[in-house]
Every structure is written in structure tokens, then in C-alpha cells.
Design a protein around this ligand. Structure first.
Ligand code: FAD
Ligand code: MLT
Ligand code: ZN
Length: 469
């Protein structure tokens, strides 16, 4: 029987999509990749995933795992061959278990991150991972990319939350690692190998994640700053005041904020004057009572006194808190509306961020007159989305034709400052060409050996992460 018929009989009518039903699965969020899939497979449980993978392996057919398809680097889009199968876990979206005593939750990989957060909240706890695509991004996707996001400064990246994993391997066997141990040094830590592997080593079908106490108090402020150095000085002040309380510390450039104001309906900057730099800080504590608000005010007063903060607005209600966060969360959408963007998801040691911003801006402005340099991101982690928006009115295709030149120029600055060209979004299909420069020699060879051992036929997401030998 042809492979497609075998898969159809395994998965049933709602488990296999073809033709126009595949729209939405074949292109990426940024609109950089437009592929064609052989079919979209939607298994209902781990046994069906394993069986589907086994059938594909026997036929030598390639699989592209896909979650919410929010990848910023084209990691979940099929190629144009029409021969790859997209494997979506959207039907596997249950909470398998929540254990209050162990502070853990076992989620199926197709559940959205937001649904996972809500399940934890319903139990009075918190799943401490938050990204601005959480309504669509899935547990499988955030683990496969080791997503970071807005809470990393306090709780770490996705990797830091993983206690156990269930993974279907490239031959269809199942790694049953849904353990919830806080300590377990039994051999290699295989689960961490799959976290951040971008669908190249196995299909994550479920995970046990750590939960945290739910914050009982939260305070948010948006601050206008004169310089990037002032952002770091402010971060230092908050960390010194109460390191455990800083839940998010996010940076936005004046250019990025202006785009949000201009292009996102309902977005309004609640400050008297626009500034060159902004920071959004969120403090939170699981304790009742206490002086969170007073602490926020006293740190800001001292920073204003020292002229590190020009102006600040504190949220007085939940609606205002969400309004301030919206100014940060809508940055990606506003930049999408402004035309073509070249995204550089970079990290440098936190102390070097001002030097990075200054040098990289100078280099890019010299390369493309009129370019809109609109950096923003998780400055508390040293992670800046150094996004470059096309000059107003320019031809988007012409601008994108220079993407490698711009990425390489920014990369050269990052490299001088001992940073990384791939901080949290992953390598995807967009950046494998950069791997030999950044992870060459023994490191890249070890990665290739791991891939060859776990996926000897190179069937799982073959265009992603590792450059073709
Ligand atoms: P997809 O995009 O579908 O897939 C991503 C990669 O994971 C692909 O390589 C895919 O093959 C693989 N994959 C997916 N599911 C599985 C699985 N079950 N098993 C194995 N491999 C799998 N990222 C951050 O880190 N921090 C942010 O703050 C952040 N903000 C974002 C904001 C916006 C508006 C958008 C659009 C994206 C943002 N991202 C961010 C990018 C980020 O990588 C994703 O949003 C998220 O991690 C991907 O989840 P997903 O389910 O959409 O995965
Ligand atoms: C975010 O933090 O909002 C995303 O990771 C960013 C992006 O658009 O580059
Ligand atoms: Zn981010």
C-alpha cells in the first residue's frame, strides 16, 4: 500500500489533512518560507505518533514536526518538494497530571503554552514561562526551541523547567522519560538533549514541567530612559533592592516604541515625552502584604534623582498593567506591519549591551541608509532582538536580499563581544549557514554525530539547524 494510504488508514479522516486543508501549515509566521507538504499528520496519541513515524521511516519519508508554527526562523515549515510530512500534535492537548505536592504538571506537547499556564493557575500555581506567542505556541514547540521569553530573568529558559519528557524517536521507538525527579544522575541526561533540538532528534509528545508558587502581588512600571547604560544601571538597582522580586525586565528602543504607537490600534504611550530608550519592569512576589509597591517607588525615585530615569508610569490597575505590557508585546506585530524585517536574536554578556547597541546600530545605518533599527527584548538576560526594519517606502524584497549581509555584520559585532547569534529563537532553516563559523570544529562534529546516531536516515527536520555536510 502507498505510504499516504497507510497513514490515512492509521490516523483516520480527522488525522490526515491534504490539499487546501493544509493552508496555514505550509508557510511560516514571518512569511519567509512557503512550502508544499505531502500531507499534514495529526495523530491522536503517542502510539499513533510512534506508528506514523515508523511508517515514514520504513518509506524513507521526511517529517517536519510542527506546533503552533510561530517559529521566527522558519523551523516548522516544510520545503517545496511536496515530499515532506508535517506532523502536528494539535490533537494531543491534554493535562495528563498535576501534582501539587511535587509542584509539577504533565502536559501533552500539542497543548498551547497559554492553556498550560491556565491549568497551573486553576490549581493556584504558576507555569513560569511566558512568550508573546503563547496563545498559539505549544508545549512541544517551546521545548523543542528551548524558548526564553519574558520571565527568563527570574525562572530561566524552558530547559530549566523540564523534569521529564516523552519522545518518539526517528525509528518510531518511544523514550519514556516522564519522570518528575528533582535529582536523577542516572547516565546521560537525555531529556535535555531533546530540549532545543528543533525537531531534529525526536518528536516530543509530553513533558513534566516544574511549577512555581503563584504571585500574589505584582507591580509594573514603564520607564523612559536617556541611554542604554541607564537601563543597566536601573536593572542593577532593582537587583540590589530585591533580586527575587524582578520577574521581567524588558527593553524597548524609541524606534520600536514609535512603530507600536503608529501601527497598533489602541496602543498609547502614557508618558509626556517620547524617549530614546524604555524599560518595562515587573516585580512580583508570592507573599501576601509587604512593600512591593513601596520598593518599586523608592528604586524609581532614586533613579530619577540620579537622572537615569527621565519619567515613569506605574500601573494602577490590572487594565493598566495589561496596557503597559501591550506596548512591549506588540513589538513583533508592529514590525511585521512596517514591512520587511531582518531579525537578529542575539545575546551578549549583560554588561556589554550598551556597547553592542551602539556599534551594531552604527554598522547597520552605514550599510542601509534609512534603515529603521528597532531593538527590543529581554535585556535582563542579555538577549536583544536587534531587529532591522526596511526603510520607509523601500522595496521589501530588495531589503530582504541583504539579510545575510546585515546578519553577518551584526554577527561580527556580537562575536567581538563574546555573544551568540541565536539566543532564544533557534537556528531553524534561516541560520544553519552560520553554524560552522559559530560552532565549528569539534562542537559541530559532535552535533552531527548525535544527529547521525539518533536519526541515521536524516528524516527529522533535515533542513533545520545543522548545515548540509
Ligand atoms: P513551531 O514554530 O511550530 O516549531 C518550532 C520548532 O520546534 C520547529 O523546529 C519544529 O520542528 C519544532 N517542534 C515543534 N513541536 C515539536 C515537537 N512536539 N517535537 C519536536 N519538535 C517540535 N521565542 C522565545 O524564545 N521567546 C520569545 O519571547 C518569543 N516571542 C515570540 C513572539 C512572537 C509574536 C512570535 C511569533 C514568536 C516568538 N518566539 C519567541 C519564537 C518561538 O520559538 C516560538 O513562539 C515558540 O517557541 C515555538 O512554539 P511553536 O509551538 O509555535 O513551535
Ligand atoms: C519577543 O520577545 O517578543 C520575540 O522573541 C521577538 C521578535 O520579534 O524578534
Ligand atoms: Zn524574545
Amino acid at each position: 500500500m502507498p505510504l499516504l494510504d497507510q497513514l490515512a488508514s492509521l490516523l483516520g479522516p480527522s488525522g490526515l489533512l491534504t490539499g487546501s486543508d493544509m493552508t496555514g501549515f505550509e508557510s511560516d509566521w514571518r512569511g519567509l518560507y512557503h512550502g508544499r507538504a505531502a500531507a499534514v499528520l495529526r495523530p491522536a496519541d503517542t502510539a499513533q505518533v510512534a506508528q506514523a513515524v515508523r511508517l515514514c521511516a520504513a518509506a524513507g519519508a521526511s517529517i517536519v514536526p510542527q506546533g503552533g508554527n510561530t517559529s521566527m526562523v522558519g523551523g516548522a515549515a516544510p520545503d517545496e518538494s511536496g515530499a515532506q510530512f508535517v506532523l502536528s500534535l494539535s490533537r494531543m492537548n491534554r493535562v495528563r497530571e498535576l501534582d501539587r505536592a511535587d509542584m509539577s504538571i504533565t502536559l501533552e506537547a500539542g497543548m498551547t503554552l497559554k492553556a498550560g499556564q491556565e491549568a497551573a493557575e486553576a490549581a493556584g500555581l504558576m507555569l513560569p514561562l511566558s512568550i508573546n506567542a503563547e496563545g498559539s505556541a505549544t508545549i512541544g514547540g517551546v521545548l523543542a526551541t528551548n524558548a526564553g521569553g519574558n520571565l527568563t530573568v527570574r525562572y530561566g529558559n524552558a530547559r530549566d523547567l523540564v523534569l521529564g519528557l516523552e519522545v518518539v524517536l526517528a525509528d518510531g521507538s518511544v523514550f519514556e522519560g516522564l519522570r518528575r525527579l528533582r535529582k536523577d544522575n542516572t547516565g546521560y541526561c537525555l531529556r535535555q538533549l531533546f530540549v532545543g533540538s528543533e525537531g531534529t532528534l525526536g518528536i516530543i509528545t509530553a513533558a513534566v514541567l516544574k511549577l512555581a508558587p503563584r504571585p500574589r502581588q505584582r507591580e509594573v512600571a514603564l520607564c523612559a530612559l536617556p541611554t542604554a547604560e541607564a537601563a543597566l544601571a536601573l536593572f542593577g538597582r532593582f537587583q540590589q533592592h530585591d533580586p527575587g522580586a524582578v520577574q521581567a525586565f524588558e527593553y524597548m528602543s524609541g524606534t520600536g516604541m514609535a512603530l507600536v504607537n503608529a501601527l497598533i490600534p489602541g496602543a498609547t504611550l502614557p508618558l509626556a515625552e517620547p524617549a530614546a530608550h524604555y524599560v518595562l519592569v515587573e516585580l512580583a512576589t508570592p507573599r501576601e502584604g509587604g512593600d512591593l509597591r513601596a520598593g518599586l517607588e523608592s528604586v524609581l525615585e532614586a533613579a530619577i534623582e540620579a537622572e537615569e530615569v527621565l519619567d515613569a508610569v506605574l500601573a494602577e490597575s490590572e487594565a493598566q498593567r495589561l496596557g503597559l505590557w501591550m506596548l512591549r508585546e506588540e513589538h513583533s506585530e508592529a514590525q511585521k506591519r512596517a514591512g520587511a524585517s531582518v531579525k537578529n536574536d542575539v545575546s551578549v554578556p549583560v554588561s556589554r549591551i550598551p556597547a553592542f547597541l551602539e556599534e551594531a546600530t552604527r554598522v547597520c545605518e552605514a550599510m542601509v541608509p534609512g534603515i529603521r533599527v528597532a531593538p527590543f527584548g529581554h535585556i535582563g538576560d542579555g538577549n536583544i532582538h536587534f531587529n532591522l526594519v526596511q526603510p520607509e517606502g523601500a522595496d521589501p524584497a530588495g531589503f530582504l536580499a541583504r539579510d545575510h549581509a546585515l546578519m553577518d555584520a551584526v554577527g561580527a559585532v556580537v562575536q567581538r563581544l563574546d555573544g551568540s547569534f541565536s539566543a532564544e529563537h533557534g537556528v531553524g532553516r534561516l541560520k544553519p549557514y552560520m553554524m560552522p563559523l559559530w560552532r565549528g570544529g569539534a562542537e559541530l562534529e559532535a552535533m552531527r554525530a548525535i544527529k547521525a546516531a539518533l536519526d541515521p536516515q536524516h528524516l527529522l527536520n533535515p533542513l533545520v539547524m545543522l548545515p548540509r555536510p
